[in-house]
Write a protein that binds this ligand. Structure first.
Ligand code: FES
Length: 166
């Protein structure tokens, strides 16, 4: 555990070398930390706060305010629900709510088994298929609540088949 904390601190220190000690660097630093670690661990946010001379609560505040930041590690499979204008108008929120209900997680969270993480993203460039969901690298279009069930069922079936082959 201690080793993991140290590794996180080392990554963050490396990233911070490229930035001056100014509050305005908070978001770019957090973005880079997330790119490196896949999410923002508490230790990383504490380190950033310390290095930029910002209260830790302000760093948490920024990390939770902007939905581009993840506070938990990404799942094995990442479900990205597009909330760009076309998708939003076509029912993106309904698709997102359906995933939240089916997986029993909120947006930005990962299922307890680490299988799926759910997030909302800006336009992914397939507006004619709205509402769009990207599961790993696979684009799903016209995602209704029934389709949400189908997507998750197909992953369950795929997993079962994989287990049978192992
Ligand atoms: S708005 Fe969703 S793909 Fe463009």
């Amino acid at each position: 555990m201690e080793g993991k904390k140290e590794t996180i601190s080392n990554y963050v220190c490396e990233i911070l070398k490229n930035y001056s000690v100014e509050r305005r660097n908070l978001l770019p630093v957090l973005r880079e930390v997330q790119e490196k670690l896949g999410y923002l661990p508490v230790r990383a946010m504490e380190k950033v706060a310390e290095a930029l001379g910002i209260p830790t609560v302000d760093v948490y505040g920024a990390a939770t305010f902007f939905n581009l930041f993840r506070l938990s590690p990404p799942g094995k499979h990442q479900i990205k629900v597009c909330m760009g204008t076309a998708c939003f108008m076509a029912g993106g929120q309904i698709a997102l709510d359906s995933f939240e209900r089916r997986l029993d997680v909120r947006t930005g969270e990962t299922t307890p088994d680490g299988e799926f993480s759910l997030e909302e993203v800006a336009c992914v460039g397939c507006c004619s298929l709205a509402p769009v969901v990207v599961v790993d690298d696979f684009v799903e279009g016209n995602v209704t609540p029934t389709r949400v069930d189908g997507i998750l069922l197909s992953w369950d079936i795929g997993k079962k088949k994989q287990r049978e082959q192992d």
